[in-house]
Design a protein around this ligand. Sequence first.
Ligand code: SF4
Length: 327
Amino acid sequence: MNQFQYVRPTKNKAAIDTVAKEQTAMFIAGGTNLLDLMKRGIVVPEKLVDINKLPLRKIEKENGAVRIGALALNGEVAEDKLVLEKHPLLSQALNAGASAQLRNMATVGGNMLQRTRCPYFYDTALPCNKREPGTGCGALQGFNRMHAIFGHSDKCIAVHPSDMSVALVALDANVLVSGPKGDRKIPFAEFHRLPGDTPQIDTNLQKGELITAVEVPETAFTKNVNYLKIRDRASYAFALVSVAAALQIENNTIKDARLAMGGVAHKPWRLTDAEKALVGKPATEQTFRQAAEIAMRGAKAFEHNQFKLKLGPNTIVQALKNAAAAV
Ligand code: SF4
C-alpha cells in the first residue's frame, strides 16, 4: 500500500475543501471497498479524509421523504423502524448485500460509490480500461460470466455491484451532495453512469463533492414488495441477477409498479417500459411474464453470461409473484 496522509475533519466544509483542492485526496468512511483497492494499488490517494466525525448519520422523516444520512450504516438502515415501515424494499435489498459484518461497517454513501467487482479490474497484471484507460477490456473476450447484458460498450462490460442502489433507483430516490460550488440534488437514476468511452468514471459526482444523504420519497409501495437476489452462494456473494419489485394492487389490479434490476448493467437498471406494461393489468403470472419480456428487450450477452438472458426474466417473474403474494 502507498504511504498517505490522514485527516479527520469535523465540519463538512473542511472535508470538501481538502478533497476539492488536492488532486489525489479521497474521502473514506467505512473503507470496506476503498482499503481493498488501496492494498492492491488500484487507487493510490496521497491523502485520506476520514468523514466519520461529520454529522451525517441521522435517519429522519423530512418533507414527505425518509432522509438517510450518508454515514448511516447499511445494517442500521436495514433495521430502522422508519425504513421498515415506509420502504421495506430498501430494507430487503440492504439485507441481501454483503455479510452482517460488512453491513455493520459499510455506509450508505460508500455503498453507492463501491467499484465493480470485475476480476480484471482487481488484477493489475491484466488489461482494464476502467483501471487504466486505453489498455483494453480483458473481460470482453475473457471470462465474463458476471458481466453486463444491458448498456455496455466496447470499452467496458462491467456491472455495478450494489444491491441497495437497485432498490433506491426503483424508489425514485435522490442523492443529496455538497461541494465546492454548493449543494445539489441528483436523481438516483442519473447518479451512476454507463461506461461509454469513459468507463473509468463511475458516477456524475464532481471533484470534492460529498454525499450527505439519500432522500427516499414516501410512496404507496409499503406492502407488496420483493428484492430477489440470485447468486452463487446464499451466504455472501454478488448478484448474478437481482430484481427490485414493488406493486400497488387494488382488487387484484395493478395500480402502480416499480421494477429495477441489478447485476446486469454498469448502473442499477430501471425497467420503466415493463412498469408501464404492468399498470392496469391483473396481478397474474401471465401479466408478469409479458412485463419480463418487455424488460429484456435490447439485452445482449457475451460468451459466458448467456444464462442471464433466461435467468433475468425468470427472476423478474418470481420477484413480482413474491411481491404480489406479500402480506
Ligand atoms: Fe475493466 Fe470494465 Fe473490462 Fe472489467 S469489464 S476488464 S472493469 S474495462
